[in-house]
Design a protein around this ligand. Structure first.
Ligand SMILES: Nc1ncnc2c1ncn2[C@@H]1O[C@H](COP(=O)(O)OP(=O)(O)O)[C@@H](O)[C@H]1O
Ligand SMILES: [Mg+2]
Length: 390
């Protein structure tokens, strides 16, 4: 009896325990179901957010430049174009890529979506910057009148501004050097910068137009900004015809962009003080093709023609470029006579070529024959190049 009772009791208690477990199991299953539903919902929400995120990334984005990163981690941006400034944030993964000068894309909510690049990269690529270049007037053959004119217009306003003040005369705003390629325009600009101990900042108009499509106007702004930061400075716009030629309606898609770049250049020049410590120079092979807007007073208002060297200048240039070479009985006067119409760059090439001829024959010094052979080689190369020459 005892035993039976115990058995019954046991079975009763075990069945009540089973029941409890069964109930717990049911509850767990119910909450599992709940959780599954929730996971499902979250997954849906997640993919919805992903879609929205992609959508946001695909929406037109604004381009801005990082000005600074604040100690609290906020990012100080300046929007390109309208110069609006604001503070924003970036995701952890983008953060390491952000530094002042970085170009970023921001969405409607002004958060950074991606990093596009570094504006200083293109700045460096298109602008050549030299602190007081190592070219002196002594390294320029001929051109003494032209150098004198350039000194008065560019160098003295930087080095002796008081004379202009005393006399009450405004120095010219912009100086345009024009003449055939290789006649020494860049050389003069560098020598003036050297003499005035100014930073030389060169920008090539044709690179600006052909390599930096869409960036032209911005880069022009940067150029002048950089010049102000590095003053005293000489801004030298080489091949300005690429930006400021009259034939901008040539049907290429670039022309509206070229026009914008030119407008920016004119605006920058108009904003400059003639007496300031940034001087503006430009060079072109064809002054006659320039947009008249560039040549108005207060812009490029001093035109200086850089001619192809005459006989005496050719001799000087030949001497300059052979001064470190070992010459035998070479009559450079004779070479100057037979190189009519050669430019400075071509005369330099002749000297180099004559040196190479002597190297090839394993000689101790350069002979007259090396020189005359070099003249013919450079002449033929020029003809093959279909450039006008000798
Ligand atoms: N008048 C000159 N005297 C000495 N070298 C010259 C002269 N003109 C040109 N050269 C040489 O030719 C090279 C190219 O000249 P550059 O000044 O760039 O010509 P441009 O700017 O007129 O096209 C110079 O680096 C220099 O070596
Ligand atoms: Mg040049």
């Amino acid at each position: 009896m005892d035993m039976e009772e115990t058995a019954v009791n046991n079975s009763a208690s075990s069945s009540s325990g089973e029941l409890k477990i069964q109930i717990q199991l049911n509850e767990l299953e119910a909450s599992l179901l709940d959780l599954k539903v929730k996971v499902d919902e979250l997954q849906k929400e997640n993919s919805q957010l992903k879609r929205e995120n992609n959508q946001l990334k695909r929406m037109p984005l604004f381009v801005a430049v990082v000005v600074d990163i604040l100690p609290n981690g906020e990012i100080y941006l300046r929007q390109q174009g309208n110069n609006q400034e604001y503070l924003t944030n970036a995701s952890e993964e983008l953060r390491p890529l952000l530094k002042p000068g970085a170009k970023v894309a921001v969405n409607n909510a002004l958060s950074i979506v991606k990093v596009i690049g570094n504006i200083y990269d293109s700045r460096v690529r298109v602008m050549e910057l030299e602190e007081s270049p190592e070219i002196s007037y002594a390294q320029i053959g001929g051109l003494s009148d032209e150098i004198k004119e350039v000194r008065e217009a560019v160098e003295y306003p930087l080095t002796r501004p008081e004379i202009f003040r005393r006399i009450g005369v405004e120095p010219p705003k912009g100086i345009l050097l024009f003449g055939a390629p290789g006649t020494g325009k860049t050389l003069i600009a560098k020598a003036v910068a050297h003499e005035a101990k100014a930073t030389f900042i060169r920008m090539s108009g044709s690179e600006l137009v052909h390599k930096f499509i869409g960036e032209g106007a911005g880069l022009v702004r940067e150029l002048f900004q950089l010049a102000r930061e590095r003053a005293p400075a000489i801004v030298f716009i080489d091949e300005i015809d690429a930006v400021g030629s009259m034939r901008t309606n040539d049907g290429t898609s670039g022309s509206a962009e070229v026009q914008r770049t030119l407008m920016q250049l004119l605006a920058e020049m108009d904003g400059f003080d003639n007496r300031g410590d940034v001087r503006i120079m430009a060079a072109t092979n064809r002054a006659d093709m320039l947009d008249p807007a560039l040549l108005r007073p207060g812009r490029f208002d001093r035109l200086i023609e850089i001619p192809v060297p005459d006989k005496d200048a050719r001799l000087q240039i030949l001497k300059i470029h052979s001064r470190n070479m070992k010459l035998g009985t070479v009559d450079l006067k004779e070479i100057a006579l037979i190189t009519e119409k050669a430019t400075g760059a071509e005369l330099e090439a002749i000297c180099r070529e004559a040196g190479m001829m002597a190297v090839r024959r394993d000689a101790d010094e350069i002979s007259m024959i090396d020189y005359t052979a070099a003249v013919h080689k450079v002449k033929n190369d020029a003809v093959a190049d279909t450039r006008m020459y000798i």
